[in-house]
Ligand binder design. Structure first.
Ligand code: ADP
Length: 189
């Protein structure tokens, strides 16, 4: 079982690298951002609650995202493994993930942290906003709120995995292929 956590600030390239990792290692991709956007699109009650947070660049509540992860795990118990993209984003989410995986005799194999400086992230997100249509990528003040949420709530997750000896830093600047190769070197040395 290979269970990877792909970690990094907004715009670090988690989605791009996830696609390559999924293809190579045959994992189920779980992106809480994608799951939340699907709920918003389907106009569910959960989607409405999430949208109010996402529009401001704030994190959605732990209960909501943990519930979504629980459902996804339960629906894919025969998977070869998972890649968690954009989750966990708080220490409480990291703890919940450990509990959920343990219930099915699994654990996080390693956490890959994509390292990219803020000015480069801002540039990438504004570029992405032009093509993705995502409102949270088009407004600099929303992006800065997301960065602030990352620094205050999400960065501690790095320490959580560091304490478990599972954290690996990956240089997130370079070609997509170069970054992917750095990831593969950690996952299957
Ligand atoms: P990015 O990594 O570029 O910010 P995502 O698609 O992962 O994009 O997330 C978009 C938004 O969805 C976040 O700004 C946040 O509001 C919400 N979100 C996604 N994942 C989580 C999570 N695990 N916990 C709380 N909020 C989340």
């Amino acid at each position: 079982m290979l269970n990877l956590v792909l970690f990094g600030p907004p715009g670090a390239g988690k989605g791009t690298q996830s696609d390559l990792i999924v293809e190579k290692y045959n994992l189920i991709h779980i992106s809480t951002g994608d799951l939340l956007r699907a709920e918003i699109k389907a106009q569910t009650e959960l989607g409405t609650i999430a949208a109010a947070k996402i529009e401001k660049g704030e994190l959605v509540s732990d209960d909501i995202v943990i519930g979504m992860i629980k459902n996804k795990l339960a629906a894919n118990l025969n998977a070869k493994g998972f890649i968690f993209d954009g989750f966990p984003r708080t220490t409480a989410q990291a703890e919940a993930l450990d509990v959920l995986l343990k219930e099915v005799n699994m654990s996080v194999s390693c956490m890959l942290s994509l390292e990219v400086e803020t000015p480069e992230l801002l540039k990438r997100l504004l570029e992405r906003g032009k093509v993705s249509g995502r409102a949270d990528d088009q407004d600099e003040s929303i992006i800065m709120n997301r960065m602030a949420a990352y620094n205050s709530s999400t960065l501690p997750v790095k320490e959580y995995y560091k304490a478990q000896g599972k954290q690996f830093e990956i240089q997130g600047v370079g070609s997509i292929q170069e970054i992917f190769e750095s990831i593969c070197a950690v996952v299957a040395p």
